[in-house]
Design a binder for this molecule. Structure first.
Ligand code: BEZ
Length: 387
């Protein structure tokens, strides 16, 4: 926000009466902190695309302000996260950080954002803690908590009459929390978890674990994988001959943005997520058309989350006029907004996480086709958040 810079320029130019307010802003600087390399690279691109699509739809502005960008590749590396977000804040002097994808990185970012009172909108990472114990007035999420889609699948699996499950995921916050969300709903309804299998992020040597699943023979397998890892897991699961005998279910990241690469191996898979193909609402159809025209490909859940992060920021900036001193108005405006999302309108919980429908989807061709609403207006419990 450039009020201060304009004042300096005006003073340097010897202007005695300013034609603008000393606190007025004419632009907002947005810092993307996303994994532009590695297994989640495609997710980063979709988020940035979605964000910029919304900005373009507003004539290149957000809340009436021009938009400038800075970006950092966070490499999905938690150990580098503090340095990376500090680069955006201190070197690039961004007004808001949009990030990130990986839950471990997001938790490190949230700590810095909270300590420095930097506005942060999380456009993907589901770390429960970000809108749980780490919640803060200046931290918002446009995506989901890891608990949400997973809980939805636990409900669906129990309703379908499955009694036993094995879980398999990467051994980091997103995987563990996703498995916990599934377990919570599944075991509450009488289901039993036979075994939790994990491997380190972002490894993809699944063979020994698939052999173990075959020997346990559960009713279903629940999984959290995303990006490049999800492509490999779904292909390996089918190649191991398990797809027909033990249904594979998961949080929808398993098949979102991945179907072209997964091909036949993904056909028929059931997943739960806060977005689906075939919603066929005027809002979603317009969004999809705009995205396809701009980027020559179909949008996915990550694009929607980026788009909605821009919408949330626009609402806040319109209320605060981009003035840092009016941050309370920015926060209040986002808190009370209904976001007109392509996924369906949503509001934010007290801890700043979307309260949203969780869809049951089935893979048909290259589409995660909506089957039903698995859980209506699901709010993350926000455990540990005190605001
Ligand atoms: C996460 O780390 O929170 C995450 C990564 C990819 C997809 C969904 C969640």
């Amino acid at each position: 926000m450039k009020g201060a810079k304009l004042v300096q320029l005006a003073v340097a130019a010897g202007l005695t009466s300013l034609t603008f307010s000393a606190t007025a802003a004419d632009s907002v600087k947005v810092g993307f902190m996303l994994p532009y390399s590695g297994t989640y690279a495609a997710l980063a691109t979709a988020i940035e695309n979605g964000f910029k699509q919304y900005v373009e739809e507003q004539g290149g502005k957000l809340g009436g302000l021009n938009v400038e960008y800075a970006r950092v590749d966070d490499e999905s590396a938690p150990a580098k996260a503090t340095d990376n977000i500090n680069k955006l804040i201190n070197r690039d002097k961004v007004d808001v950080v949009i990030g990130t994808v990986h839950s471990g990185v997001a938790m490190a970012m949230a700590k810095v954002a909270k300590d420095t009172n930097t506005l942060m909108i999380d456009p993907n990472a589901g770390a429960d803690a970000v809108t749980g114990p780490m919640c803060a007035p200046n931290i918002f999420r446009s995506s989901f908590s890891n608990w949400q889609p997973a809980y939805g699948m636990g409900v669906v699996a129990a309703e379908k009459g499955y009694k036993t499950a094995v879980t398999i995921t990467w051994d980091y916050a997103a995987g563990k929390e996703s498995v916990n969300g599934f377990k919570e709903a599944f075991t509450k309804a009488g289901g039993k978890i036979e075994k939790d299998l994990t491997l380190p992020f972002p490894r993809v040597e699944f063979q020994a674990l698939l052999t173990e699943i075959a020997s346990i023979k559960p009713d279903i397998v629940y999984t959290f994988f995303a990006g490049g890892g999800a492509v490999k897991f779904v292909k390996d699961y089918a190649a191991a001959g398990l797809k027909e005998s033990i249904p594979l279910v998961g949080a929808g990241f398993l098949t979102d943005g991945t179907l072209q690469a997964q091909g036949e191996s993904a056909q028929g898979l059931l997943t739960t997520l806060h977005y689906a193909d075939g919603l066929n609402t005027a809002r979603d159809n317009a969004f999809r058309l705009g995205y396809a025209k701009a980027y020559k490909m179909q949008p996915d859940v990550y694009a929607v989350q980026g788009y909605d992060a821009a919408q949330m920021l626009a609402i806040g900036l319109a209320a605060s006029k981009g003035e840092k001193s009016r941050q309370d108005e920015l926060i209040a405006a986002i808190e009370k907004a209904t976001i007109d999302s392509p996924r369906g309108a949503f509001t934010l919980s007290k801890s700043h996480n979307p309260v949203q429908d969780i869809y049951l989807r089935q893979v048909q061709g290259e589409s995660n086709t909506v089957q039903s609403v698995a859980v209506k207006a699901l709010a993350d419990p926000g455990r540990g958040c005190r605001m």
